[in-house]
Design a protein around this ligand. Structure first.
Ligand code: F6P
Length: 408
């Protein structure tokens, strides 16, 4: 390969930049001349908006800084490539830009929507006898990509959630029964509950854990929810509950829409979900008269590089490197996957898999890992998720604050 281009797409994670770092490092080891970055994903690339990563990553200290930088360093987008028929000019622009910069391979870091871009481009290349290669690099805090054991980004968000919930539980337990408080914590993850389930990791030798967890995999029943809170309130002064932003009632209505159904929809048809915790906190306050608090982790959970999991950072770097190796071996229309090698002492390896069995498919939490009766996660989930939050990478501090690499 002569030159390559890398893009980032969808919601950022705490480690999405480690995949850029890994891909850059491996490409340079292989002698690839130019490693370009798309500014704002494929949308930017269509407009020929690219940067030369040498400008930023040649310096070793910047490489280390990038691994500790939240957000999509290159800039992200939520752009859905249209079908080819009737939209040929979009594809012509992409392929003429590839040609213009002598790019033989395009890498896209993203979740299931972003993998659609790799599928569309590799299919187009095949149909039009183009030689360029297209490889997907997994990332999503939602952890909902199929085939891969887990997704880079998930472990760090899970570590942030478990840590913050431990802290919330301590705070919420400060007062006695005279100041009983119900704290409802809202966690991202759209239609899959992987991230909300990570609230279960808060329970350890010195923390009693959350009182209930509500995932989108299970229909939400408001009456049962209130009943559960009332029964918990008879026994405890502090009640902490984790809810997914994507919980829905039996009739398919998002709980966050109970108060306001005017939701924005993105290019992939996803409704913007938020406000579920405050909707529920208001209902609980009205129904029980208790003090309630709503906490929405929102962007904090995917930007907390100061609390990233070292396992996650290393794997994000590893999938970036593997993508370059795959293209170097001539592979295209593939996504890199992570395989769990052992369950006793955790080890993982990378592989590649056909993008057609990955793009646009969401992997949900297995129902048998959910303790529906007690609204808790079973040991199988803990065994799955615990290894992914292990280890830390200390930020580089200056004047009391962590430093980041910022694109100019
Ligand atoms: O795709 C990842 C994700 O973080 C989801 O968990 C969340 O629902 C969504 O992105 C939020 O997207 P945005 O930040 O574009 O509103």
């Amino acid at each position: 390969m002569k030159n390559i281009v890398i893009g980032q797409s969808g919601g950022p994670t705490a480690v999405i930049n480690s995949s850029v770092a890994g891909a850059y490092k491996r490409a340079k080891e292989l002698g690839i001349k130019k490693v370009y970055g798309m500014v704002h994903g494929i949308e930017g690339f269509i407009n020929d908006n690219i940067i030369d990563l040498d400008e930023y990553l040649k310096k070793k200290e910047n490489y280390e800084l990038l691994k500790r930088t939240p957000s999509a360093f290159l800039g992200s987008c939520r752009y859905k490539l249209p079908i080819v028929k009737g939209n040929e000019e979009v594809y012509e622009k992409i392929f003429s830009n590839l040609e213009k910069h002598n790019i033989d391979a395009l890498f896209y870091i993203g979740g299931n929507d972003s993998m659609d871009t790799i599928k569309m481009l590799s299919d187009y290349a095949k149909e039009h006898n183009r030689k360029e290669l297209f490889v997907g690099i997994p990332k999503t805090i939602d952890n909902d990509l199929p085939i891969t054991d887990h997704c880079p980004g998930y472990g760090s968000a899970a570590k942030y959630i478990a840590t913050s919930i431990k802290e919330i539980i301590r705070d919420n337990s400060s007062f006695d029964k005279t100041r009983q408080t119900v704290c409802i914590v809202e966690i991202m993850g759209r239609h899959a509950g992987w991230l909300t389930a990570a609230a279960a990791l808060a329970k350890d030798d010195n923390c009693e854990g959350v009182d209930a967890i509500y995932l989108p995999e299970v229909d939400f029943d408001l009456d049962k929810f209130i009943k559960n809170i009332k029964s918990l309130a008879k026994k405890k002064s502090s009640i902490v509950i984790a809810v997914s932003e994507g919980i829905k009632t039996k009739d398919g209505k998002f709980v966050c829409e109970l108060a306001d159904s005017n939701r924005k929809v993105d290019a992939f048809g996803h409704k913007q979900l938020s406000g579920c915790a405050s909707t529920l906190a208001n209902i609980v306050a009205k129904e029980t008269g208790m003090k309630t608090r709503a906490i929405e982790f929102s962007t904090l959970q995917r930007a907390a590089t100061h609390l990233a999991s070292l396992t996650d950072i290393n794997e994000a770097e590893m999938v970036g490197m593997k993508a370059i190796d795959a293209a170097n071996d001539g592979k295209t229309g593939m996504m890199v996957t992570i395989e769990r090698k052992t369950t006793k002492s955790y080890k993982s390896a990378t592989n590649v898999y056909d993008i057609h069995n990955i793009a646009n498919i969401e992997k949900k939490v297995p129902l048998e890992w959910i303790d529906k009766k007690n609204n808790q996660m079973k040991d199988e989930f803990i065994a799955y998720a615990k290894p992914l939050i292990q280890g830390e990478l200390i930020p580089i501090f200056k004047d009391g604050l962590p430093q980041h690499l910022v694109r100019k």
